[in-house]
Design a protein around this ligand. Structure first.
Ligand SMILES: C[S@@+](CC[C@H](N)C(=O)[O-])C[C@H]1O[C@@H](n2cnc3c(N)ncnc32)[C@H](O)[C@@H]1O
Length: 405
């Protein structure tokens, strides 16, 4: 592979925004990709994937390059040189790239690869916390799996089409997909590609949604005609899935504390032909109180650390702080205590997170069940989904049932 100067400069710019200015990787990549309209799909792919790769392996590369934050441009080029050498790419003869002894880079790599926190590029505090929470063996496997780039998975929108029709339409557009056993609505892209520009996407025939995330809506056991409340709906990944499982019959109320996310949900629902979705912005506690005792099904897709989705969001390793975990655990319990009251007697509720930490997952459910608010609830089933077992995101979900009146 030959390195192109403009593209490498784009990556270094992106890393500067992400590492030094605290900006979010996805937003930064979008911004840098706008630099040059002439860049083609392969150029764009290089910038996006190299930037994400370097975010993912930041600690390891910085350690090998012997540079410390905040990183000067020269330091970022040194880290880039480490990336290139480890990928087996010949370093170009540019003034920004210092003569780098490849043998030294490879030697440092072998040495540091003996130590998990360097090999897997993870902050000390997360490594220590996860060993305590999951045990050495599981965490070692899990972080290695979470450091692999995520596959692109689609969820067929059964309100508009079937999996086979979608597969043929995409194939005609030059995009090959395969089925994944155990995930009835999922198609996996054989090769990465920009699916958002396809006619099938514009027609609302699919959404991009990780395979593990696709297990959450079916776990709620919704039936057409029910009244379902998705309490932390965000931009609606799971709401749209629920709507399709409900076959557009009944009522789906999607809540969130952020109005802009709900706006996006509305836009997606329109494209998907999901007509039974109503959004309600939680501006005051009244919005929740009005719903007490009214729903057959409640989904709590709780805000969390996102430690299960590092494949797609490696940036979280560096942005996450211990104080955030403490704060989010309080929020998760408050949400469980309050939003569980939306359920009717005899109804079912799912509590889910995209985290793999027990303190955000089963321990929250246990605390809820032993509290006054949880005394009428039973745990029906739970599922701890690990990236190391499935190859997809890490997730947790618990189905709870409220005793009949
Ligand atoms: C894991 S995300 C939801 C993702 C979404 N369900 C999906 O499938 O695309 C958690 C959501 O909870 C929202 N949130 C945070 N605190 C909340 C609260 N107290 N009540 C309701 N929603 C909240 C966040 O804005 C965020 O959209």
């Amino acid at each position: 592979m030959r390195l192109h100067r403009n593209l490498v400069f784009g990556v270094v710019d992106a890393l500067n925004y992400i590492f030094n200015e605290g900006e979010y990787a996805d937003k930064v990549v979008q911004k840098v990709l706008k630099y040059d309209k002439r860049w083609g799909a392969r150029d764009r792919g290089f910038i996006a994937e190299t930037t994400y790769d370097m975010v993912r392996w930041k600690r390891l590369y910085a350690e090998i390059a012997e540079v410390k934050a905040p990183y000067s441009r020269q330091n970022l080029f040194r880290m880039f040189a480490v990336w290139a050498v480890l990928k087996g790419i010949k370093l170009p003869d540019w003034k920004q790239i210092e003569p780098t002894p490849e043998r030294r880079i490879k030697g440092r790599f072998d040495e540091l690869s003996q130590i998990r926190k360097y090999r897997e590029s993870v902050p000390d505090w997360i490594d220590e916390l996860a060993v305590k929470a999951l045990g050495e063996a599981l965490w070692t496997k899990e972080i290695a799996a979470l450091n692999q780039q995520a596959d692109v998975i689609l969820r067929v929108n059964t309100l508009k089409t079937t999996k086979d029709s979608l597969r043929s339409a995409l194939s005609e557009a030059g995009i090959e997909t395969e089925y994944i056993r155990g995930y009835p609505d999922a198609l996996k892209l054989v090769e990465r590609s920009n699916v958002f520009i396809t006619e099938a996407f514009q027609n609302g025939w699919f959404e991009v949604q990780d395979a593990s995330s696709q297990l959450v809506a079916p776990f709620l056991d919704v039936k057409p005609g029910q009244r379902v409340v998705d309490t932390c709906a965000g931009a609606g990944g799971k709401s749209l899935h629920l709507a399709s499982l409900m076959e557009n019959k009944g009522q789906l109320i999607a809540l969130d504390i952020y109005g802009n996310k709900l706006k996006e949900l509305k836009r997606r629902a329109k494209r998907d032909g999901a007509h039974n979705v109503e959004t309600r912005h939680i501006e005051t506690t009244k919005v929740i109180k009005k719903l007490y005792g009214t729903a057959d099904r409640v989904l709590i897709d709780a805000p969390c650390t996102g430690l299960g989705v590092l494949k797609r969001n490696p940036d979280a390793k560096w942005k996450l702080q211990p104080e955030f975990l403490d704060k989010i655990m309080v929020t998760q319990q408050e949400i469980l205590q309050d939003y569980s009251r939306i359920l009717k007697p005899g109804g079912k509720m799912v509590y889910a997170t995209c985290s793999i930490l027990p303190q955000e997952n089963n321990l929250q459910v246990k605390k809820f069940l032993s509290s006054e608010a949880g005394k009428d609830f039973n745990l029906v089933k739970e599922s701890k989904i690990y990236a190391s077992k499935t190859g997809f995101d890490g997730f947790y979900m618990a189905q709870l049932e409220k005793n009949p009146a």
